[in-house]
Each structure stands twice: as C-alpha cells, then as structure tokens.
Design a protein around this ligand. Structure first.
Ligand SMILES: Nc1ncnc2c1ncn2[C@@H]1O[C@H](COP(=O)(O)OP(=O)(O)O)[C@@H](O)[C@H]1O
Ligand SMILES: [Mg+2]
Length: 377
C-alpha cells in the first residue's frame, strides 16, 4: 500500500536582515527531507516581500539568490489551502494550476516571518505550520514583551529598560541621564524586535551611548537597554514539542568576537559551538528546566532555542531570550543539540511536521460559531 505524500511548503528569504541566513536554513532542510514521504514546495520571498513561484524558488535555493519573476500569493481563504500564480499585472494567472499545500514550514528568521506576521496569514488560510503560533511568535520577537512575561513567571533575567524612539528624539539628555543613573557599564543597547545581533552595541562607557541608541533606533521604534554581563558563558538549549515539550542537551557558543555579533554568528570561522557544554550536571539540568518554563511562558509550540548567560565562577544562570525559528542548517546549534540528544536532522524535521499537524488538529476542535440571538432582535 502506498501512502499519500505530504506536500510541504518551505517558506524562506523574506523582508528581514536575516534573509540570507534563512536561505542556508531552507536549503539544508530541503536537502534532508525524505522525498518518499514529502513533496517539497519551496516558496522564496524577496527582500521586497514578493512571493516567488515554487519553480523559481527551487532555482533560487540552488543559486543562493532570488531572481525569478513568477509570483504567487497564498490564498487567505481556508477552503483553498493553496498558492495561486499571478501575472506581471498582479492579476490571477488562470492558466496555472493551484499549488495545494498540506503543511508549511516557515523558515524565516526575524521580522516578517518569525514575528507572527506570516503565522497570522497561515492561521487565516487554515494550513498547519511548523513552530509557534501568532502570539508566541510576536512575544518572542519582542525582547521587551518577552522579558515582561519571563519576569512575571519569576524567571531569572537581567535588568533592563525600554525607551521609545520618539522619546529619544524629543529629549536625548533626559534619556541619557536616566540610563546613566540606572545602569553600570558595560551595557547593551538593542532594537527590541530584531535578531542576529543586527543593530546591537556593547557600550563600554558613557561616550559610546548616544551612537548606540541612534543605531538601535534606526532599526526599531522601541530600544532596549540591558545590564551587560562581562565574560559570561553563552549557553543554549533546544525545546521540542507542543503541550508536553522536551529539552535537549545543553550547548555552548564561544563567539570569535567580543560578543556574539553578526560576524561571529555567520562569518567568523573561529566561533565554536560546543555540544554538550562542559557544565556540572545540576547546572545543565537547571538550564533545561528554565528553558521549558520559558517555552511554556510564551505559549510556544513545535520548537524553540532558548539562550542563556551563565557566569563563569558561580555558574549563575540568566535567561537571555527565546528564538522560535532558530538557525536550522544541519550544523546550526538547534539541530546539533537534538542530534546529541538522539534525534537526527531528518527525524527532527519529521517530528516538527507531525507536531504542526497535531497542533492544527487540536485547534480544529475549537468551536468557531456561536448561536447568537443578536441578529434576531
Ligand atoms: N546583557 C548582555 N550581557 C552580555 N552579553 C550580551 C548581553 N546581551 C547581548 N549580549 C551579546 O549579544 C549577543 C546578541 O544579543 P541577543 O539579545 O541574543 O540578540 P539577538 O536576538 O540579535 O541574538 C548575545 O549572544 C551576546 O553575545
Ligand atoms: Mg541571541
């Protein structure tokens, strides 16, 4: 008996500073997927936000650049569950068949993909998708909201404050004084909603502060100021599952640069990922417990990588952030953590697709209508 193949849309690229990183994750995933089980439908999104046809997207994955002009849109109508082709004049191309999809794996890092926006479209279209839902994605992308939730759950986080770009533009002196009074150096200045360390500055002294805030505020309307830890270890833990998530073994990043900035993440070959991390068992176990709490606190689903700082001498643990679509090449930390926990890269993809389908089924149990008497009166 042959079972029907599952048609999986792999969305990649997108309107984000992590466009290129997403390409690497997506091509690794496409290569590893079992083609006897899945029909893979790649869907590239240009930096301008145009969705490219699967045929052109396949070429893009090979060349590393989106050049195709054939555009598709995802129907927001739940009865379609499909991509439709549109022509150069933004009209439906009636000569092309609908491309139906059973499940979607959004492999989009950063804004317009990891932040709940694409997840919102997929909810409207009622297509199962890998990873966190709308609220969890949005909260996990917003470092300020994320910290408010972690704090509410009593999880260990570093001191922070958030300022609005408008406040900064209105009265720089007031903001500088506020930070000066509330924080010691070093401190970190970050755009609230971004990733891959884009727009982040480690500020060593007062003189560097203004430039750092200007930079962060060029990326976001909210800017995060955070107490900086000197010389802490960077520890990461994978989480997999829906309502009963599991934690992976714990890994360590040793960045090549002064901190784990964009170059250390993607360019500098000196950065090391160590799996498992050399930590006392009780510290690793505590990291795993906090990772699971963080996952549940934001109501994540499917997967997440939870990042920590651990002080060198006392092994004091601080929760840094949760990433709902972590880097996903076969050598990225998240898949490596699961590999070391006994789940191979292709199996991890299988499990994520299954979790997406399960979550969708669970959601389908919700009543969506209410016999209202409002219209009868
Ligand atoms: N408070 C901090 N203390 C020490 N290092 C930090 C701190 N905040 C950020 N960093 C460094 O900057 C990197 C990126 O910061 P992070 O908040 O994780 O942003 P992103 O979402 O862009 O990954 C971290 O991996 C770490 O190297
Ligand atoms: Mg990070």
């Amino acid at each position: 008996m042959t079972t029907k193949k599952i048609k999986v849309g792999i969305i990649f690229g997108g309107r984000s500073g992590e466009h290129e990183v997403s390409f690497c994750s997506a091509s690794s995933i496409v290569k590893a997927m079992d083609k006897d089980k899945y029909t893979v439908v790649p869907i590239g999104i240009t930096k301008e936000g145009r969705w490219i046809s699967p045929q052109d997207s396949e070429l893009a994955l090979q060349s590393g650049k989106i050049e195709g002009k054939n555009t598709v849109i995802l129907l927001n109508d739940p009865s379609g569950k499909a991509l439709v082709h549109i022509d150069n004049h933004q009209r439906l191309d009636k000569s092309s068949a609908l491309e139906r999809l059973d499940v979607i794996f959004p492999v989009l890092h950063g804004p317009y993909g990891e932040d709940g926006t694409v997840q919102g479209l997929l909810e409207l279209a009622t297509i199962p998708y890998v990873g966190a839902g709308v609220a969890a994605s949005a909260i996990s992308m917003d470092k300020d909201l994320m910290k408010i939730i972690f704090q509410q759950k009593g999880l260990p986080i570093l001191k922070w404050m958030t300022i609005k770009r408008k406040e900064w533009q209105k009265d720089e002196e007031k903001i500088l004084a506020l930070i000066q009074n509330g924080f010691e150096y070093p401190l970190f200045v970050k755009p609230t909603n971004l990733g891959s360390s884009v727009g982040i500055t480690k500020v060593h002294e007062k003189e560097e502060l203004e430039k750092a805030i200007d930079l962060a505020s060029s990326y976001d309307r909210k800017i995060l100021i955070e107490e900086g830890l000197e010389g802490a270890r960077e520890i990461e833990c994978g989480v997999l599952g829906n309502d009963e998530p599991r934690a992976s073994v714990v890994g360590e990043v040793k960045p090549a640069g002064e901190f784990y900035d964009y170059d250390s993440k993607y360019i500098d070959k000196e950065t090391q990922l160590i799996v498992p991390a050399d930590l006392p068992d009780e510290v690793s176990q505590k990291v795993q417990r906090i990772a699971l709490c963080a996952f549940k606190a934001v109501d994540a689903a499917g997967m997440a990588r939870v990042d920590f700082f651990v002080s060198k001498k006392e092994n004091k643990i601080y929760l840094s952030e949760i990433n709902t679509i972590p880097g996903f090449t076969s050598v990225s930390m998240y898949p490596r953590l699961w590999e070391a926990s006994g789940i191979s890269y292709p199996d991890l993809i299988d499990q994520l697709i299954q979790l997406a389908i399960e979550r969708h089924r669970d959601k389908n149990q919700n009543k969506i209508s209410y016999e209202s008497k409002l219209l009868d009166t």
